[in-house]
Design a protein around this ligand. Structure first.
Ligand code: ASP
Length: 322
């Protein structure tokens, strides 16, 4: 028999928990659907999702999945993320990455050179330091101390060719779209219903030396709130930072919007800010809510995202404003 004290404790606790979940999520309390699931940006997301799925299908943690998943892209010679990417305008490849788990733990590195897996360094920042973000030579020093090998300073042949070509005119007018994107963002839910996310990039090709975009900025390139959902961004980082893009998408999901509608609202906000320049840039968001529902929205045509769960593995063309 439940005694009075225990009864009061139990009922206070359950109504408090109910109020908290109502206040923080506004999401109906149905059973979670379609878990586990992983969603990531661009067509490279298909391969990256395979890496993440190895973890998720074996009952692994979403945090491990989003790290393993984007490491596939960081290692891929055919992609634009990682040491094989295009350099900055001075000829150096500089990498940015961040990761976030289900308990608001997060780690980030920016302006990191000569380290193959910035996402794993970001995770070490999260797990082994009292900080969220390390940059430049400090980030590299930390990576080396953690046992990450320091790679040779060089450009891969395709990047070298692209750089030499760019140097002929030296005009910096980036348009990030199908052929020109240097980022993978990934969000996932595991079998326990926990969310995590990762984002890794070489930033814009031929950027100013020292330039950092949205990708390693928690709240801009990535945000996870385990009671609501997760979001990651790609595209012109400056315009994602301006609106705290991924955090704002999660806040719209908290108000009850679907992932797609939440992404669309933030894209519309960016379009309002950019006015007649909105058609010249690309920005896209990919979001996942606590019920395992995924959605995306882009500013301009040409953005695709990849999804994998127990029943499907596919690339989807995102809807766009223009
Ligand atoms: N968001 C990245 C940046 O601004 C670029 C990209 O998504 O391709 O650095």
């Amino acid at each position: 028999m439940i005694n009075r004290r225990k009864f009061i404790h139990a009922s206070v606790f359950s109504s408090l928990a109910g109020a908290i979940s109502q206040r923080f999520t506004n999401i109906p309390k149905e059973a979670l659907v379609n878990q586990p699931v992983v969603v990531s940006t661009w067509d490279v997301g298909i391969e990256a999702n395979k890496g993440a799925w190895e973890v998720l299908r074996n009952g692994g943690r979403a945090l491990d999945a989003v790290e393993q998943g984007v490491m596939v892209t960081e290692s891929s010679r055919s992609c634009c993320v990682g040491l094989q990417a295009n350099p900055d305008r001075d000829g150096y490849v500089t990498l940015d990455a961040c990761i976030m788990d289900e308990a608001f733990n997060c780690g980030s590195v920016a302006f990191l050179e000569r380290i193959k897996h910035p996402i794993s360094v970001a995770r070490r920042v999260m797990e082994k330091t009292p900080h969220v973000m390390l940059v430049g030579s400090g980030a590299r020093q930390f990576a080396i101390a953690e046992g990450f090998p320091l790679e040779e300073e060089k450009l891969y042949p395709e990047a070298k060719k692209a750089y030499e070509n760019w140097l002929k005119k030296g005009i910096y007018a980036p348009v990030i779209n199908i052929e020109n994107h240097d980022t993978i963002g990934m969000v996932a839910m595991d079998a326990k219903g926990n969310l995590s996310g990762s984002c890794t990039t070489s930033g814009m090709a031929f950027k100013m030396r020292g330039r950092v975009g949205d990708s390693p900025i928690i709240g801009a390139g990535l945000f996870v709130d385990n009671e609501v959902g997760a979001c990651t961004a790609t595209g012109q980082g400056e315009d994602v930072i301006r609106v705290a893009g991924s955090h704002t998408v999660v806040e719209f999901m908290r108000q009850g919007m679907s992932p797609e509608t939440a992404c669309k609202k933030v894209i519309e906000r960016i379009a309002r800010i950019k006015k007649d320049k909105a058609k010249d840039i690309q920005v896209a968001f990919v979001a996942l809510n606590k019920r395992g529902q995924a959605g995306s929205f882009a500013l301009n045509k040409g953005f695709s995202y990849a999804i994998r769960n127990n029943s499907t593995e596919k690339l989807i063309t995102a809807k766009s404003l223009f």
